[in-house]
Design a protein around this ligand. Structure first.
Ligand code: PMT
Length: 404
């Protein structure tokens, strides 16, 4: 969603400057047009050439630079920007921005723009927690700017504490979020993702190939669009999505409990998780020893979570997924009607590029009233966007019907 978006990245002088190089790379990879402004002290850590090479554009360092005969450098950068991102942000730039000082190119650009501003502090813990810095951050936030919390861990000065530059994946996600239209405000969407694991002894379990990518894409997109998001997730290797309430679970029973105790406060549920229908009837306390001959594990039914949700559905929007290997539409429509969903997203695991693990999916959306949509092979992020469009449409049609 960052394709063609215009970002001015302000780089200020701290050891985390080297991470900003990777940040530029990721923004450019997502299609953004990045212009980098470096302060004098940032240039002491890394030369402008690094950022020039990665952004494919000149790097700006000089307040008195004039881009064209009638243009003024800081004004044209301020007008170019759809977002000003400052990473790493030192205590110095935070203080100057809070005070409205303008004594170098970056601070003048900050005053000469109407674009949203995102600051990502990185500094020693004692500096970060200093009341002056905290007051300055509070000032910036009260003016509508976004200041990300720095991460916790080992700092350049070898001390441990809060002050590391936030994770790049989270910074990029926050950039995506700031630049996305908030058309799902007022929704609180609970999303389930990933597999469940059903253990039969302390070292083994029954599970499936779900990576969580489809559900996590839904969580990221819903949050970007302004929804409050609760993500109940089985075990995956994916980073915890930024800005979501994250509830890790292992088994179907744990997932059921996590979902049902949160149902009251949510307005929509999207069940992308691949939940095991059965679990071992007995979970042995010790590792089962190898013996001669075959081994049998008795299975018992797991709760059908989505059917339980349907019983307490109220005005909530309920979306299910259907994973099939044959007669996709027929089986999916049956689940849609039997499990009380508003619509179901059907994917066929035997189709190339669809279903488990990959970054793409090919789905059909079947609506309760009979309408059916066939979507082409798409990135899971884009599939998530379309599913959320349908949630929004359904909400709007209910509002129209109820006259609210
Ligand atoms: O995670 P990825 O690697 O990105 O893969 C994505 C996916 C293939 C897992 C996803 O697109 C998908 O299809 N998820 C649903 C898989 C599934 O469990 O389908 P089902 O047809 O068995 O179940 C139908 C619906 O009932 C699903 O919404 C499921 O979450 C729900 N269910 C199933 C069993 C159960 N005991 N409780 C449930 O709530």
């Amino acid at each position: 969603m960052l394709k063609e978006r215009k970002i001015v990245l302000g780089v200020t002088g701290g050891i985390a400057v080297y991470k900003a190089a990777e940040l530029v790379r990721e923004l450019v990879r997502r299609g953004s047009k990045v212009r980098v402004v470096m302060t004098e002290s940032a240039c002491k850590f890394v030369t402008p050439l690094t950022f020039e090479t990665l952004s494919g554009n000149p790097v700006y360092t000089d307040l008195f630079w004039t881009p064209g005969s009638f243009e003024i450098g800081h004004i044209s950068l301020g007008e170019f920007a759809e977002l000003i991102l400052i990473a790493p942000a030192t205590a110095n730039i935070i203080g100057k921005a809070a005070a409205g000082l303008a004594d170098d190119l970056l601070t003048t650009v900050l005053l000469a723009t109407h674009a949203p501003v995102l600051l990502c502090p990185a500094m020693n813990t004692k500096m970060y927690t200093n009341p002056v810095v905290q007051e300055n951050i509070a000032k910036l936030v009260s003016r509508g700017q976004t200041v990300m919390q720095p991460g916790y861990g080992e700092l350049a000065c070898r001390a441990e504490g809060q002050g590391r530059l936030a994770r790049l994946v989270d910074i990029v996600e926050e950039v995506e979020s700031i630049l996305t239209t908030k058309d799902l405000l007022g929704e609180h969407i609970l999303i389930t993702a990933g597999p469940t694991q059903e253990p039969f002894d302390p070292v083994r379990f029954i599970s499936n190939y779900s990576s969580g990518k489809m559900g996590y894409a839904l969580a990221l997109m819903a949050r970007r669009r302004g929804a409050v998001v609760t993500l109940v997730s089985g075990p995956t290797a994916l980073p915890v999505p930024w800005g979501c309430e994250f509830v890790p679970v292992q088994t179907a029973v744990e997932m059921r409990d996590a979902v049902m105790t949160r149902l009251e406060k949510v307005t929509a549920v999207i069940k992308a998780a691949a939940v095991a229908d059965y679990r071992p009837a007995v979970r042995e306390p010790g590792k089962i020893k190898k013996k001669d001959g075959a081994m049998t594990i008795d299975l018992e039914r797991n709760p059908d979570i989505i059917s339980e949700i349907a019983l307490q559905k109220g005005n909530r929007i309920l979306v299910g997924f259907s994973m099939e290997s044959e007669r996709l539409v027929e089986h999916a429509r049956l689940k849609l009607m039997e499990k009380g969903m508003d619509f179901i997203v059907a994917n066929d695991v035997t189709e190339p590029g669809a279903g488990f693990r990959g970054d793409t999916n090919r789905v059909r959306i079947l609506h309760r009233e009979g309408e059916e949509e066939t979507l082409p092979l798409m990135n899971k992020i884009d599939v998530a966007g379309i599913i959320l469009d349908r949630v929004k449409k359904l909400r709007e049609s209910r509002r129209g019907r109820d006259g609210s």
